[in-house]
Design a protein around this ligand. Structure first.
Ligand code: NAP
Length: 314
């Protein structure tokens, strides 16, 4: 039998949609996501302290916040499957979502698959991936190989500064490499980095090469103003250069914008396919906050509920 609502993705957007649709007695099924584009629970699972989610005056760990949201959705009857969806068919109703294990049918679908870390497309980055090069300081930063070593972080946004600050707990020094002088990160985050004596700024600079033997041993960095190449011995390199939306599995089934984000009919979360809604970072290249994702997750749940009711499916 077709499910009333299937939610694909389990970050703050998907879990908020799950809480709302479960409370509306729509018995949502949440496909948590597992391997593609990160992991179940989304980007907050690799975040340390979340200081700006309202309601937690002392802050809360990202994974704890996600687990609490999941428990809240389960309390109202949401079901969870820890798998990825590989394929969707929105050409006839009920819609189908499938992978090698199963095919699920659904009257309405909420897509909240988020976005994943962007990786620099250099052969040497690929060569030393997992051998010093990573995109997740929270996951890998505490590894013994990085302790008391020089570590580099690339990027000038909040993530880069958060990762650099976090890595100073383990590293002897953190090189923060950014391609221009101005940082995109919030002023509060910038102050945190600039006040930290363990963080050294390498500005107007881009990665040219990672080198080493079995593991990485250093990087070559090019100054974009002078073309001068500098060599830095370091044992780790963390990329924090933004994100790409996780929409590969729906790219032929739904309208996306030029950057691959799902197009929705603002202020609603409706897509070009009736009964299919988008929420969270997969629709949002601008704000990308846990709280804005949760907000659009709520909106998608209400949109799905109203659409089901209007079509006598709710
Ligand atoms: P972001 O804000 O898009 O920043 C990406 C950074 O990477 C930019 O500084 C960009 O440089 C640089 N970059 C992009 N492509 C590059 C390339 N090919 N080579 C070198 N550098 C490159 O991404 P983010 O830091 O991941 O943040 C995403 C969102 O999450 C933001 O809205 C942020 O506020 C939020 N966030 C919040 C927190 C927090 O509040 N605790 C923590 C993490 C993230 P340019 O500046 O020159 O474009």
């Amino acid at each position: 039998m077709a499910k009333k609502v299937v939610i694909v993705g389990s970050g703050p957007a998907g879990l908020t949609a799950a809480i709302y649709t479960a409370r509306a007695d729509l018995q949502p099924l949440v496909i948590e996501g597992f391997t593609k584009g990160g992991q179940a629970g989304g980007q907050l699972m690799t975040t340390t302290e979340v200081e700006n989610f309202p309601g937690f005056p002392e802050g809360i760990d990202g994974p704890e916040l996600i687990m609490n949201m999941k428990k809240q959705a389960e309390r109202f009857g949401a079901e969870f499957i820890m798998e990825d969806i590989d394929k969707v068919d929105f050409s006839s109703k009920p819609y189908t979502l499938s992978n090698s294990n199963r095919t699920i049918t659904a009257h309405s679908v909420i897509i909240s698959t988020g976005a994943s870390a962007r990786i620099l497309d250099l052969p040497s980055v690929k060569k030393f991936w997992g051998k010093g090069v990573s995109a997740c300081a929270t996951c890998d930063g505490a590894l013994p190989m990085f302790r008391n070593q020089v570590i580099a972080v690339i990027g000038g946004g909040d993530s880069a500064i958060e990762e650099a600050s976090f890595l100073t707990r383990f590293a002897s020094k953190v090189l923060l490499i950014h391609r221009r002088q101005e940082f995109r990160a919030s002023k509060a985050m910038q102050k945190r980095a600039f006040d930290n004596p363990k963080i050294e700024l390498v500005l107007d600079s881009v990665l040219d090469e990672v080198y080493g033997s079995q593991f990485m041993e250093g990087i070559k960095v090019k100054n974009v103003k002078t073309d001068e190449i500098s060599d830095y011995a370091c044992k780790g390199l963390f990329m924090a250069i933004g994100h790409v939306p996780n929409t590969d599995f729906i790219k032929d089934a739904i309208d996306l914008n030029e950057k691959g984000y799902i197009k929705v009919k603002h202020p609603s979360t409706a897509t070009n396919i009736e009964g299919v809604f988008g929420c969270g970072d997969v629709i949002d290249p601008h704000y990308r906050q846990a709280i804005t994702a949760a907000g659009t997750g709520c909106a998608a749940a209400l949109d799905a509920e109203r659409w089901l009711q209007a079509n006598d499916l709710g």
